[in-house]
Each structure stands twice: as structure tokens, then as C-alpha cells.
Design a protein around this ligand. Structure first.
Ligand SMILES: [Ca+2]
Ligand SMILES: [Ca+2]
Ligand SMILES: [Ca+2]
Length: 137
């Protein structure tokens, strides 16, 4: 292993916040499909839709507690069943214990509006850094 790689790895291990900031940067770049450094509502909605498809492992159009829990594990953000149920309950408008595409879209829109701190209709990377909670889950 060359020295630089080794140093970078060591830095990642001792400095998780740095790794987190980097993950956020990568995620922002992924969502910013026209690469203008700002997320517009369409880009954000597309990212949220892609995320929903990933979550809905059995493709029945809803995300169950189990699906959400497995997805969090896969993303290296493990959560207890209780935490997952809470997260789902927060989005579950019709109270069926699952999150469907409409419910997920509504949550993503609300999250985008919250992240847009200066209310100019787009979210910059700096705004996303300040925003509460994960960006497009
Ligand atoms: Ca499902
Ligand atoms: Ca529901
Ligand atoms: Ca903004």
C-alpha cells in the first residue's frame, strides 16, 4: 500500500466526521445530475424515487419495517426494529405500517423544503450539510 493511501485510510478511521462529510459530498454529486452545484426539486425527487426503489426490495410498492431495516444494514447505518418502526410511522400517512411511493415522495418534498434554508428553491451542498437528518432516504 502506498503511503498516501495508508494516511488517507488512517484519517478515515480516526476521523469519522471527515468520512461523513465526504460521503455527503459524494451523495450530493450523485444527486446533482446537471452538475451546477445546486439541487433543484426535480433532481431531489429523482434521487428520492431511486432510493425508494432500492428500499422496496420485494417490489410490492411499499416499504415494510423489514425492508427498511435491511436497507439500513446494507447502508452501514444499522437501526433497531423500534427505530425503524418510528421512522416509518413518521411517514406513514395512511397508517398501514408501510411507506408507499406517495408517502415517501411527500416526505422527500418536506425534507427538501426544510433543507432549502434560504428558500431560493434549490439546495446547495452547504445547505444540505446544515440540514437535519439524511438527505434523500
Ligand atoms: Ca416492499
Ligand atoms: Ca402507508
Ligand atoms: Ca437554497
Amino acid at each position: 500500500m502506498n503511503l498516501l493511501r495508508c494516511l488517507a485510510l488512517a484519517l478515515y478511521l480516526v476521523c469519522p466526521t471527515l468520512a461523513q462529510a465526504d460521503a455527503l459530498h459524494d451523495r450530493f454529486q450523485d444527486m446533482d445530475t446537471n452538475h451546477d452545484g445546486r439541487l433543484d426539486p426535480r433532481e431531489h425527487a429523482a434521487a428520492a424515487q431511486a432510493m425508494f426503489k432500492q428500499l422496496d426490495a420485494d417490489l410490492d410498492g411499499s416499504v415494510s419495517v423489514d425492508e427498511m431495516r435491511l436497507a439500513r444494514q446494507a447502508m452501514d447505518e444499522p437501526a433497531s426494529p423500534g427505530q425503524v418502526r418510528q421512522a416509518i410511522a413518521a411517514m406513514d400517512d395512511n397508517g398501514d405500517g408501510q411507506v408507499d411511493a406517495d408517502e415517501h415522495r411527500a416526505m422527500a418534498q418536506a425534507r427538501f423544503a426544510r433543507a432549502d434554508a434560504n428558500h431560493d428553491g434549490v439546495v446547495t451542498e452547504a445547505e444540505m450539510r446544515q440540514a437535519p437528518g439524511p438527505a434523500a432516504s
